[in-house]
Design a binder for this molecule. Structure first.
Ligand code: GLA
Ligand code: ZN
Length: 648
């Protein structure tokens, strides 16, 4: 369980390095990430290398016991490289070449860029392969943007399509190119999606292609690093709920996933928790936070500073959800460059007087006390939510804008489950569900045979499955299925859907069988129950003849269908009823307090976190030991603002 900082020695004069190293040691920072955007300092001219400064900075850090994660610097190709090979710069959708002066300014399919990336990575890896201070590598920085629309990307796309579809007839058929005369008669005619309102099948394949190209470039880096320094780990800093890459694919060859966590406000706590769980779900193992917010950040504006205690709260929140290391972005606020207003653990003045520095020291000393017990403990969950990138993408009917917000649809269920203190795993549609009591699938457009059989088997053997609206409406080509909805799983749900309505403007009420009335929102699948029992029905207008929520018993299991969006209160009650037996006993907390469990050798570590700037009260009905303070606690307990307890 490392506590670290993202450090940029190249931003500071050499004389400062020993002071930084000393301050790090005093605060308990035992790891730094280095060299992330340092290409112009590592290779100042074509094929001319300078690692001396990095060696020197690392030696100074080593004296204070600070370990290093080195990054490949490829997220920021230097000006000499762009000057020689302009075509590395991505061609934007509007036909303009991206200018030099930001970062991530490279075309992901560019062969020349592969060559120069490989060369600098090889040099770095050779130089540091036997250096024990370097424990691992980070590849590039935050893959995913921008998209490139150059001729080479077009050729690669056409090639990718040819491999996939083999014949043009097959492609024309699969994309439904009979519509608006889109049939192609040669592969070279297939464009990149620069016009709006394109064909959704085309669009989906382009998204897959773009994701594959990122994975390919990323895998090149992983394989190269592994071949030269096989005993160091390789990771990448993912971006939580970023929707544009298939993160399962991207994660596959990394040793573990890391991610960059900028919560930006207490009200984001469920999104952040979900993002942690998505990150843990990519490889089904604990992860790192490679950039953790430690103060105000700059995007278009300067976000509010963190209140004292908030950085500590978010840090424990990361550990609670399965982080093995938390690395703060960044060690010291930079005085120049685009992020000059972005906080660091140290502010611009570099003194130890900052709020974040004091807090870091507190967190580090606490972590020292609990490390041995907590390290390697796992987040074990009785409930799983399906999270699937193709289902995110098919929901983008018109390229830029999704029809419905995928993560918001997940959050409706997720919040209700988390509020009960129940851990959630994030899974793929084809994973083995047998260890879960409940599996939830919000906004799952695509249900192919494999997925349908997987769900059926799970419910047959006693599982509880909950589907959200628009379940199974599409096939793998993003075309609508011809069968009666919900398609392949009609029997499982014991009902049919012959009609639906988009509820953006409409006010439709839903009444549950116990009499509560809620206003439906977003979308309504209008359900005709057959074997299923209605749990809620639409009330007004012509919708009133249909059910809104149903449950069906299927073999040993149950399947629920929630046909429309509803206010959070509905999900809270609905989920509480279904999950009755799973709620951890013995601890009562109000809504602003999160409970999350990690387990190891039969021991349960219960993280109790107060996401409020006010005091909260919780109730423990038996005696627990608070791990950090080694204190016994029982009964009514006062939680200070942002307080965290780890109970055993
Ligand atoms: C991202 C990047 C960092 C930095 C931060 C700022 O996550 O990886 O380099 O720009 O954002 O918040
Ligand atoms: Zn390109």
């Amino acid at each position: 369980m490392y506590l670290g900082a993202d450090y940029y020695p190249e931003h500071w004069e050499k004389e400062r390095w020993p002071i930084d190293a000393d301050l790090m040691q005093r605060a308990g920072i035992s790891l730094v990430r280095l060299s992330e955007f340092a290409w112009s300092k590592l290779e100042p001219e074509d094929d001319l290398y300078d690692f001396a400064w990095l060696d020197e900075a690392m030696d100074i850090l080593n004296e204070k016991g600070v370990k290093v994660v080195l990054s490949t610097p490829t997220a920021a190709p230097p000006s000499w490289l762009i000057g020689k090979h302009l075509q590395i710069l991505p061609l934007l959708k509007n036909g303009q070449r991206m200018g030099f002066g930001k970062r991530r300014h490279y075309c992901i399919t560019n062969r020349t860029y592969y060559h120069f990336s490989e060369r600098i990575i090889r040099k770095l890896a050779e130089h540091y392969k036997n250096n024990a201070q370097v424990i691992g590598w980070q590849v590039d920085n935050e893959f995913g943007n921008p998209k490139c629309y150059c001729d080479n990307c077009k050729k690669e796309f056409q090639h990718w399509l040819k491999l996939k579809y083999k014949t043009l007839e097959n492609l024309n058929q699969s994309w439904g190119n009979a519509f608006w005369s889109h049939d192609y008669i040669c592969w070279e005619q297939i464009p990149l999606p620069i016009v709006d309102y394109h064909n959704p099948s085309f669009d989906l394949d382009f998204k897959r292609f773009f994701s594959d190209m990122n994975v390919k470039y990323s895998n090149m880096q992983i394989e190269l690093l592994k071949s030269i320094s096989p005993d160091k780990f390789v990771t990448h800093n993912f971006m939580g709920l970023f929707p544009e890459l298939n993160y399962y694919d991207l994660a596959e060859k990394y040793d573990f996933v890391s991610w960059d966590n900028y919560p930006q406000g207490l009200e984001k706590r469920f999104q952040v928790a979900l993002a942690h769980d998505v990150m843990r779900g990519l490889k089904k193992k604990n992860f790192w936070v490679m950039e953790q917010q430690c103060g105000c950040i700059t995007r278009e504006d300067i976000t509010p500073a963190l209140s004292p205690g908030e950085m500590r709260l978010w840090t424990y929140h990361s550990y609670a959800h399965g982080a093995e290391a938390v690395v703060y972005f960044r060690w010291r606020a930079c005085t120049f460059g685009i992020e000059q207003f972005h906080s660091g653990i140290l502010q611009h003045d570099g003194t130890d007087k900052s709020i974040a520095y004091k807090e870091t020291a507190q967190i580090a000393s606490e972590i020292d006390r609990i490390r041995a017990q907590l390290e390697g403990s796992k987040v074990i969950s009785p409930v799983a939510i399906i999270y699937d990138y193709e289902n995110i993408w098919v929901n983008y009917s018109y390229q830029e804008k999704p029809m419905y917000n995928y993560s918001d649809e997940i959050l409706r269920f997720y919040k209700a489950i988390r509020k009960k203190g129940i851990n959630v795993d994030i899974v793929k549609p084809t994973d083995d569900f047998s260890k879960y009591k409940v599996v939830v699938a919000p906004l799952m457009y695509i249900v192919d045979d494999e997925t349908a059989n997987n769900i059926k088997k799970y419910v047959k053997e006693g599982g509880t499955f909950i589907a959200g609206f628009r379940f199974g409406i599409k096939d793998r080509h993003s075309n609508i299925v011809k069968s009666i909805l919900p398609g392949k799983l009609r029997e499982l749900f014991g009902m049919s859907i012959y009609a639906w309505d988009n509820l953006r403007e409409r006010k439709i009420e839903v009444q549950t069988s116990s009499g509560e009335v809620y206003q439906a929102d977003t979308f309504a699948d209008l359900i005709t129950p057959e074997k299923a029992k209605p749990l809620a029905e639409y009330k007004n207008s012509w919708h009133a003849s249909y059910a809104a929520v149903t449950v069906n018993t299927f073999a040993k299991g149950k399947s629920y269908y929630v046909g429309c969006g509803l206010p959070q209160g509905f999900y809270d009650k609905f989920i509480a009823e279904i999950l009755k037996g799973l709620v951890p006993e013995g601890i009562k907390v109000p809504d602003e307090v999160e409970i999350t469990l990690r387990q190891k050798n039969g021991k349960k570590f219960i993280f109790v976190m107060n996401f409020s700037d006010k005091s909260s009260r919780i109730f423990l009905n038996k005696e627990y030991t608070e791990l950090k303070e080694k204190k016994k606690l029982q009964g009514e307990i006062n939680l200070d603002p942002f307080e965290v307890l780890i109970l055993l």
